[in-house]
Write a protein that binds this ligand. Structure first.
Ligand SMILES: [Zn+2]
Ligand SMILES: [Zn+2]
Length: 102
């Protein structure tokens, strides 16, 4: 009998464009999120976020897979004890298409 892993969670992957390690979460959110794997403090995450870059509160324990929760940085608790990640952005100059399907 298949174990039903219905809880949304992020998986380790690599960016299809620049091959950087990323966290991808495909469910539990209105869209697919690709985030950097670097764990940041709320303060560091806040500095990196902008209109097109969201911060994510990363809920992960030894017993459950990592899960991204959207964070509106200015309103986020600066003392939040969880690690944080920000949307992945490819380095400048990365070709827009690499084996893309469209
Ligand atoms: Zn947080
Ligand atoms: Zn990339």
């Amino acid at each position: 009998m298949a174990w039903k892993t219905s809880a949304p969670h992020a998986t380790n992957s690599v960016c299809p464009r620049c091959d950087a390690p990323v966290l991808i979460q495909r469910d539990g959110l209105p869209f697919v999120v690709t985030a950097d794997t670097e764990r940041l403090t709320p303060e560091q995450a806040r500095k990196l976020t902008g209109p097109n870059r969201l911060a994510w509160c990363l809920r992960e324990t030894k017993w459950s897979p990592a899960r991204l929760l959207e964070v509106l940085a200015p309103f986020h608790n600066r003392e939040c004890p969880w690690p944080h990640v920000v949307d992945h952005q490819c380095p400048e100059g990365t070709p827009a298409v690499k084996g893309a399907l469209w």
